[in-house]
Design a binder for this molecule. Sequence first.
Ligand code: ADP
Length: 486
Amino acid sequence: MRIVFVSPEMVPFAKTGGLADVTGTLPKEIQVLGQEVICFVPKYKKVDVNRWSLKEVIDRLQIPVGSEAETGRVFRFDDPSGVKVYFIDQPEYFSRDELYGTPLGDYPDNDRRFVFFQRGVLEALKKLNLKPDVIHCHDWQAGLTSTYLKTLYSNDPFFAKTKSIFTIHNLAYQGNFPPDSLPVTGLSWDEFKLERLEFYGKVSFLKGGLVYSDELTTVSPRYAQEIQTKEFGCGMEGVLQTRRNDLVGIVNGIDLEEWNPEKDPDIAANFSARKLEGKAACKATLQKENRFKVDPQIPLLGIVTRLADQKGLDILAPAIDALMKRGVQMVLLGTGDEKYHQLLRDLNKKYSHQLGAHILFDAKMAKRIYAGSDIFLMPSRFEPCGLGQLISFRFGTVPLVRETGGLADTVIDFDPRSGEGNGFVFKEYETKTLLGTLDRALVVYEDPKLWAKVVKNGMKADFSWRASARKYIELYERVKRKPVTV
Ligand code: ADP
């Protein structure tokens, strides 16, 4: 089968969050299992032609946006795994510092940018004569691709046998635009209906994906259930209930090569579940780097996150005074909403010897935090899958999480009597429950033997992509057999 990934971000080229990790790793796993995978991503400013030795494969591609034809270029990267990555280029749209917007808000022409991208993908496939069996679309920026297949391209023999799958990585990001965006999409006003793309008076790119794709997936079984409810459905619960028989949850994995404490050159010392000594050096380095007291006994909490409401910062921020009173140290790395930037800068000043708040995106510092912390905090309000907890397991850092979405599917509360469990889990979304759970964790931390047990339980678990990649392939085969619907 030829599978085409359409995604707005992908490791190692452009990343704002977990989606990039998924689309950077899953294609390789699927390719290893004998399928052909090609990927499409916009050519952002950060994607450097020389650094990646990109080849120009189309110098002038006509791409319809609204009623006009615009032109773009297409570049290709040949990954050693056999996966081919194509970049849709139009500097006016994509040669910007960020992917989707600045901390102050989204770019105002995101509708045009991602229409250009998606129509560019379909036109490039035709020009390159790459007939897909399945187009696998990721998040709202790829939400209209299946809509196009079932509308503007429905009579195009090139795509006659092409099926589509849409994966929801985060239902809260929907790509909803005012009605005047509809002409930009090139779709007819027939699409501006409740049962199609209309969403509370807006044109929703995400809804296009949910309505028109042949199958839907999301990134954990728990989240697949949650998003059918009012609490987690972000207004899309009705559509998702209608499509519940076509919706599955497949949990994400992580790239075991990229996240590997035994070989990682960016951490102070290497270590493994059998030889844990190096982890102490990683902790000491992290303490030094943050000008904390260097002391192996002091519990060190780590956080690496987008600073968004979703991530539980509204229950974490009021807990910080109490946490500091408990004498713990805490390192936070994140960027996102301006309101959290200021708050964290203020707290950082107040507790400079116990709190290190780094407001930036830094992949190497992230690794030093995963490797050097004792406990990784993810008190998310909701979490489709979450990768932070899986990366933490790998680095021997114990996740403390809220029981929601993929966190509920991957983290098991530690029971000191049986010695079973790989983390600490709480349910009520409240500051006091978060603190109570941290206190439980600190009691276990006081007992080095017990702590070693919970650390090793996490390190031994298998969160590689292999099993999930097989599930995606089964799904591609199933969707290929489905009758064509328009
Ligand atoms: P989400 O996709 O919602 O942001 P995930 O837990 O699925 O959350 O994935 C987050 C990914 O992004 C992880 O690989 C994490 O290490 C990384 N990450 C998040 N913020 C930063 C940052 N400020 N610097 C470096 N890496 C980050």
